[in-house]
Structure formats: structure tokens, C-alpha cells
Design a binder for this molecule. Structure first.
Ligand SMILES: Cc1cc2nc3c(=O)[nH]c(=O)nc-3n(C[C@H](O)[C@H](O)[C@H](O)COP(=O)(O)O)c2cc1C
Length: 342
């Protein structure tokens, strides 16, 4: 299946001496070049605030936002749009299948004081595929050209795209697509190193990113499967990318940005002792303080699914929260778990 992909000679891993530096795109400095991934149900204000407290993140993100619905959302109460001033710089990710939705969506993002705009070209969920959006855009390059051109015309904000490797290994198609994105004015490209149908359980294909890096000049960010400092170092070496985007690893360990920033990029961030119950409580309190009741419990369940992985018996925390029917019940059950798993 993957025989059409021509591998570049692998870089001698021991020969790479310099780490990538801060990235500047238009007026935006991404320093260190560590980005938070857009994740539906996870990448919202409560998580972003926990991450900022630890430090080390260069660019935050929203989850994907429907370009069609965005102009009618109320930013004060929308769990997708609510943000505090400290959550900066913040990139907003748009999900669309047509250039017709771009103008109004970008106007809305200007009103929200977005620091950057990202276009989702990688989501493989069935509902998104049905719309012809997300990962399906790779099969519709003419529409993508129109979408990017329209977005570029409408904003001077940094404009990025997030892609997967395509539906199958086809180096020429992938290169042509990336080259087109750059030509239409995309400032930064994030590559989730998996093919369209590949599940998260599959090892990411970081080496494929080196192919893309070779054919475009804009910064390329590697994404997929970075859960530790060691993963970060290896991913940068193998991909040759200009920076990293962290998803699930940053939900499990919101201090992972700080660890990578300190160790890999030499950022001056103090090494703090992490209290898991305190991190969980801070997330819980942020939900209670700033989200309408109807939006709280679902987000707590999503977060706990990942955060519980910090514990050997975390599945019992995850299932206790999963079956909770109120925030109060979840709080009591989490408290009991922490008391027994200190
Ligand atoms: C629960 C969940 C929701 C996601 N939602 C989005 C999304 O809204 N937009 C997007 O581009 N990618 C989305 N992704 C993909 C992530 O941005 C990222 O590419 C993927 O998780 C691989 O990175 P990781 O191994 O660091 O988690 C989602 C992933 C997860 C696990």
C-alpha cells in the first residue's frame, strides 16, 4: 500500500546538533515552537488555563469550530469560544467544506481577536467526512485552493493548515497539495503523521514529515504520538520539523509543554512538583466557574478519560467519573479515588 512513497535518505540522527528555534509567522512569534493541538471536547479554556500555568506552550488552540455556525455563537457563553485574557496567543481552528463560509467566519474571528486562524484538513470523523470537510479536503484540491485564497484575501492574521498524510501513501500527491497550500498563502503547516484511516493506536510516521519539509519553505510542525520529552526529541530528529504540536499528551500531562520547553528548547521554566489532585481540582473549578451547567460534566468526562492515565488504576477513576450523573457526584468520587491513590 505504501510503495509509492519515496523515502528520503534518513538523516543521521546523531548528526543533528541544533534544535529548531522560535517561529515567526507574520506578527506572531511562536516561542518555543510548541503548539497545543485542536481537540474537540478537550481544547477549551479550562484546559488551556491549566497548561498556561505550567508554561512552555508557544501557541494555544481552540477545538475545531464550524465555520457555518461560528458567526451565530455567543462568545460569552459558548464553551467553544469562551476565553480569558491570559489565553494568548490563541489560534482558532475552522472546519469548512466551502469557501462560501469563510468570509463571515473570519469576520467573526477578527471580532474575537484571534491571534491566528487554522484550517482543519485532517479530521477523519464520519460526520466530517460526510460534509466533504476535514481529511476529505485532500481529495478536493480545487475547493481547498478557493478556501485558502478566500481566507488569505480576508485576513492578514497568520493562516495555518492542519493535514494528515493523505488517504494512502502517494508522495507526489502529498507534495503537490502542500506546495499548493504554500502558494495560496498558508503561513505554517501542521502534519499529523498518519494516513486518513489510521487509528491512534498505530505508530505515527514522523519520517514522512521530512518529505514535506523538503518541498516547502514555510514552517512545518510535526504532530502525533508525542507523550514525553524523549518522544519530542525523537520526533524532531526524525521529522526535521520546525516545531511540535501536542494533543493527548498535553491532556494527560498538562505540564508536558513545560518539560519539553525546558529540556529541549532551554526555556527558563522552573521544575515544579506536580500534584495530580490539585491539577484535577483546578480543571474542575474552571468548569464550574465559567461554563454553563449543561456543558460541565461532559467536558469533565472527556478530560478524565485522558488524565486518569497518570494512575496505575486510572481506569477506575475514569469509569467512576464516566458514570457520574452530576458534578457533585463526580467531585465526591474523584475525592475518594485521590484519597486511596495518593
Ligand atoms: C478527542 C480528540 C479530538 C480531536 N479533535 C480535533 C479537532 O477538533 N481538530 C483537529 O484538527 N484535530 C483533532 N484531533 C486530532 C488532534 O489534533 C491530533 O492531531 C491527534 O490527537 C494526534 O496528536 P496526539 O498524538 O498528540 O494526540 C482530535 C483528537 C482527539 C483525540
Amino acid at each position: 500500500m505504501h510503495d509509492k512513497f519515496v523515502f528520503l535518505p534518513m538523516k543521521d540522527e546523531t548528526n543533528i546538533e541544533t534544535q529548531p528555534q522560535a517561529i515567526k509567522i507574520r506578527n506572531l512569534l511562536i516561542n518555543p515552537p510548541l503548539l497545543l493541538a485542536p481537540m474537540a471536547g478537550l481544547t477549551h479554556s479550562a484546559l488551556r488555563r491549566i497548561i498556561i500555568e505550567f508554561g512552555g506552550v508557544g501557541l494555544l488552540s481552540t477545538e475545531m469550530l464550524s465555520a457555518k455556525r461560528l458567526p451565530t455563537e455567543n462568545p460569552q457563553i459558548s464553551p467553544y469560544l469562551f476565553r480569558t485574557e491570559r489565553e494568548s496567543p490563541l489560534s482558532y481552528q475552522l472546519l469548512t467544506s466551502t469557501e462560501k463560509e469563510i468570509g463571515r467566519a473570519i469576520d467573526a474571528l477578527h471580532a474575537l481577536k484571534a491571534d491566528a486562524v487554522d484550517l482543519n484538513m485532517g479530521c477523519p470523523s464520519p460526520s466530517v467526512i460526510k460534509l466533504g470537510a476535514g481529511v476529505m479536503l485532500a481529495e478536493r484540491p480545487d475547493e481547498v485552493r478557493r478556501i485558502v485564497a478566500e481566507a488569505r484575501k480576508r485576513t492578514t492574521l497568520p493562516l495555518s493548515a492542519k493535514i494528515r498524510l493523505g488517504s494512502e501513501a502517494d508522495s507526489t500527491k502529498l507534495r503537490t497539495f502542500c506546495f499548493m497550500l504554500e502558494g495560496e498563502g498558508i503561513d505554517l503547516l501542521t502534519v499529523h503523521a498518519r494516513f486518513k484511516h489510521e487509528p491512534f493506536a498505530r505508530n505515527p510516521r514522523w519520517a514522512y514529515i521530512a518529505e514535506i519539509k523538503e518541498c516547502i519553505k514555510i514552517p512545518v510542525i510535526a504532530n502525533g504520538g508525542v507523550f514525553s520529552v524523549e518522544d519530542a526529541e525523537k520526533c524532531l530528529r526524525v521529522s526535521g520539523a520546525d516545531g511540535l504540536m501536542l494533543g493527548r499528551g498535553a491532556v494527560i500531562r498538562p505540564w508536558l509543554f513545560a518539560e519539553i520547553a525546558r529540556t529541549v528548547f532551554g526555556s527558563d521554566i522552573p521544575d515544579r512538583v506536580v500534584s495530580l489532585p490539585d491539577v484535577y481540582a483546578a480543571f474542575f473549578e474552571a468548569l464550574n466557574a465559567d461554563y454553563r451547567p449543561v456543558y460541565r460534566l461532559g467536558r469533565l468526562k472527556e478530560f478524565t478519560h485522558y488524565f486518569a492515565k497518570n494512575y496505575k488504576f486510572g481506569h477506575s477513576l475514569a469509569s467512576a467519573i464516566q458514570s457520574s450523573s452530576s458534578m457533585d457526584e463526580a467531585r465526591a468520587r474523584a475525592g475518594a479515588f485521590f484519597a486511596n491513590n495518593g
